[in-house]
Design a protein around this ligand. Sequence first.
Ligand code: SAH
Ligand code: SF4
Length: 345
Amino acid sequence: MPDKIEIRTITKKELSDFLVEKGEKKFRAKQIWEWIWKKTITNFEEMNNIPLKIRNFLNENYKFETIEEVSSQDSSDGTIKNAFRLHDGHVVEAVLIPSRSRTTVCVSSQVGCNLACRFCATGKLKMQRNLTAAEIFDQVAWANKLSMKIFDRKLTNIVYMGMGEPLLNYDNVLSSIERITSEESLAMSPYRITVSTSGITKNIKRLADDNVRFELAVSLHTASNTKRSELMPINETQDLGMLSDAITYFHQKTGKRITYEYLMLKGINDSIPDAIKLAKFCKIAPCKINLIEFNSIDSEYKKSDMEIMEKFANHLEGYNLIVNIRRSKGKDIDAACGQLANKTS
Ligand code: SAH
Ligand code: SF4
């Protein structure tokens, strides 16, 4: 008996061919497809308009390698962090972040991360493997159901800012987005999806060549090469010169604005000369800057004072740059950016 195939890796045509080969009607493929991608169910039993005989065929040939909720934590600010066990036992986390008008989910793309940024809890976990497109999709489907249940509205935004480096899992991340945005699935707008990268330059260019429509965020954190290499080892091989080339290319090809994530670290990257350097770097393409409050992860770094953050922001605004100060949510449950490290598992 051949190994069963994860049903969410096959195309609708393959499903339809399989059914026809078994002597069944083509329209069953449409019904099954809808169960899988629109209703986002992850077992064959629930497909109650599909005859048992067909469900048995499916069960004999296909499987769902789904994610299983192992724990859930609620923050006092409404943020909900969930840990999920993957079929092979690894655990990843996703975070639901509600605000007045939006519900955002922050999804993981890898188990751990090898890039070892010095300020990030995930970077302390060795990368075990890439998530499949279905495992990423499942986090979104979970968030969508929870949002409906708690807030009576669909999920509005998705950020690929959980565990892992999305651009080192390029194919699966893109195929998860293809599903999420498909009319036959959740039909979410690509403009409400943001993929965040530490700056994998080759793949930023690949995104441009693939003419993606979702938003790109680059975790810049400093416009000084020396400082960036200290904070982020990736900068040693892919420095700011290469990053700025890739960003310029991305903007030229897609016409899109870039979002920069800039973590504010006390005494490290929060001075006025740092702001001037950043403003200069930002000239390469239209952009928006998010100044992020650092979340403590027992490292040597401290967060910048709010007063300093405001001064830094004002200075950047003097260059006509769009700047937001981002206070992190879910800090009391380690659900904030950079804190995802499976502490509950
Ligand atoms: N690997 C990707 C996406 C996941 S990290 C990337 O680096 O962009 C998502 C965001 O969380 C990044 O901007 C990252 O720099 C930020 N981050 C990491 N550690 C953090 C911390 N301790 N406090 C606040 N933000 C942090
Ligand atoms: Fe990896 Fe992003 Fe954390 Fe750096 S900040 S270690 S790239 S998850």
